[in-house]
Design a binder for this molecule. Structure first.
Ligand code: MLT
Length: 245
């Protein structure tokens, strides 16, 4: 029986420097709302999603045909942008066939920081089952990277990481305090996720901006089988048709 691959949780992007990424799969998690929005965009027909760390880099795409620029800072749409980071903005055909160039406070920075990994995937509740099937099928050492808030711990990403740990721990070697804590947080919250999430700082921040519907959407499981994967600096749909477990 071959040794199992490892599965671990990194609680904030700044801790990522402590974890060798060579040969590993990294799942970037930014449940409220970046990784949810990226997955929705690809589910809604976007050709690709280019995650960029800075507003300036986002603006460098503004004259490219068939490119849509979008971004938020602090949870609010970047001034002068037509699109922010609500998943609802990228439905109804808006992105179909287009390239979405997106910059967010934490999620796109986390993706950039993870880009030296063997594979970078995007996870959220909306693609939970498709993502976990892909991870089982790939069976590589895997890191669940929580985007947090400005390099601090956040509840929502850690709870999602805990859900993945709980679901995959029989398939992987899980042996870290961060993974143990994330799973316990998930087990303590899963019976009433929205109530638990109301304790999170970002829930309260977004609620102040009147986007509670975004939060409720971001917590809904298995809305799509699309799993975004980073290829040549852009997120595209991973091939989930392989013989999955
Ligand atoms: C983030 O990058 O932290 C989030 O996507 C912020 C948000 O859109 O609310």
């Amino acid at each position: 029986m071959p040794d199992k691959s490892t599965l671990d949780v990194v609680l904030t992007p700044n801790l990522l420097t402590l974890y060798p990424l060579q040969g590993k799969v990294v799942v970037v998690i930014d449940v409220l709302r970046a990784t949810t929005t990226m997955t929705v965009a690809l589910d809604q027909g976007a050709a690709k999603v280019i995650p960029v760390e800075s507003i300036e880099e986002c603006l460098s795409y503004k004259d490219k045909p068939n490119h849509i620029l979008a971004g938020e800072r602090g949870g609010q749409k970047v001034e002068g942008f037509n699109y922010g980071n609500s998943p609802f903005e990228f439905m109804d055909g808006v992105v179909n066939g287009k390239t979405l160039v997106l910059t967010t406070t934490n999620g796109t920075r986390a993706i950039t920081m993870a880009s030296s990994a063997k594979e970078v995937l995007i996870g959220g509740f909306l693609n939970f089952s498709a993502l976990t099937r892909w991870l089982i099928n790939e069976s590589s050492d895997t890191i669940l990277l929580c985007s947090g808030w400005r390099d601090k711990f956040n509840l929502e990403d850690t709870i999602f990481a805990g859900a993945v740990i709980h679901h995959l721990k029989e398939y992987f070697l899980v042996d870290s305090d961060s993974a143990f804590a994330a799973e316990k947080l998930y087990l303590n919250s899963r019976r009433n996720m929205l109530h638990f999430m109301k304790q999170s700082s970002h829930y309260r921040r977004l609620a102040r901006f009147g986007v509670v519907n975004d939060i409720k959407y971001c917590l809904r499981p298995d809305l799509t089988n699309v799993v975004p994967i980073l290829k040549n600096g852009a997120l595209v749909r991973a091939d989930v048709t392989k013989d999955m477990v």
